[in-house]
Design a binder for this molecule. Structure first.
Ligand SMILES: CC(C)(COP(=O)(O)OP(=O)(O)OC[C@H]1O[C@@H](n2cnc3c(N)ncnc32)[C@H](O)[C@@H]1OP(=O)(O)O)[C@@H](O)C(=O)NCCC(=O)NCCS
Length: 162
C-alpha cells in the first residue's frame, strides 16, 4: 500500500484536519486540533507519513506516523497509529521502515537515533517497538494525564539494511 509523505508545515488545512481526525478516532493520547495547527504553523521539521484505502468509493486514512527530525541524527517518533481493522498486516512495520528511510535521506545520516515515549501499559505498541529493535532506556514517572508513566525507548536504526 502506497505511503504518502509530507512535512506537516507543508500540508494544507484540510489535510491536517483529516490526519487529526484519524488520530483522535484511533489513538488515546491524540493531539488536540489546536496542537496540530500550532505545529503545522511552526518551522519544526515534523514529518507525516500515512496510508489511505478506498472504502465505499471514498479515500479513508488507515494509518499514520508522525516524527520530528533534528540535526544531526535525531528522530523523535511521536506516534504510529493503525486503524483497528487493518492491524497485524505489517502496516506499522512499513511506516517504521519508511520513517527510517526518510530520516536517513533528510538528515543525510544512515543510522539515525530513534526515540519515543509510550504509555507503560500499551503492551501492543511496546511489543511492536521491541520487534523494531528498540530498547527501554528510561521511565518517566506520571508522564500521562491519567498518572501513568511513559516508557522511553531508543534504538539506532541501520537504514541501509532492507
Ligand atoms: C502498535 C500498532 C501501531 C501496531 O500496528 P500494526 O500495523 O498492527 O503492526 P504490524 O502488523 O506492522 O506488526 C509488526 C510486528 O510488531 C509486533 N506487534 C504488532 N502489534 C503487536 C501487539 N499488539 N502485541 C505484540 N506485538 C505486536 C509483532 O511482532 C508484529 O509481527 P507479527 O504480526 O508477525 O507477530 C497498532 O497496534 C496501533 O495502532 N496501536 C494503537 C496506537 C498506539 O498506541 N500507537 C503507539 C503510539 S506510541
Amino acid at each position: 500500500m502506497k505511503i504518502q509523505f509530507e512535512y506537516l508545515a507543508k500540508l494544507d488545512e484540510q489535510m491536517v484536519d483529516k490526519l487529526s481526525d484519524f488520530e483522535s478516532d484511533h489513538f488515546k493520547w491524540s493531539w488536540s486540533k489546536k496542537v496540530w495547527k500550532e505545529l503545522a504553523g511552526s518551522s519544526r521539521n515534523i514529518v507525516c507519513l500515512w496510508q489511505e484505502s478506498l472504502e465505499n468509493n471514498k479515500k479513508e486514512i488507515i494509518s499514520l506516523c508522525v516524527f520530528e527530525l533534528s540535526s544531526p541524527d535525531f528522530c523523535h517518533l511521536y506516534k504510529i497509529v493503525v486503524d483497528e481493522k487493518f492491524r497485524r498486516r505489517k502496516l506499522a512495520l512499513a511506516l517504521f521502515k519508511q520513517m527510517c528511510h526518510v530520516a536517513s535521506v533528510e538528515l543525510g545520516f544512515s543510522k539515525p537515533h530513534i526515540y519515543l515515549e509510550v504509555e507503560e501499559n500499551n503492551d501492543g505498541a511496546i511489543g511492536f517497538y521491541q520487534k523494531m529493535g528498540l530498547k527501554q532506556i528510561h521511565i518517566k514517572k506520571r508522564f500521562y494525564q491519567n498518572g501513568n508513566s511513559a516508557v522511553i525507548m531508543h534504538g539506532v536504526q541501520d537504514c541501509d539494511k532492507p
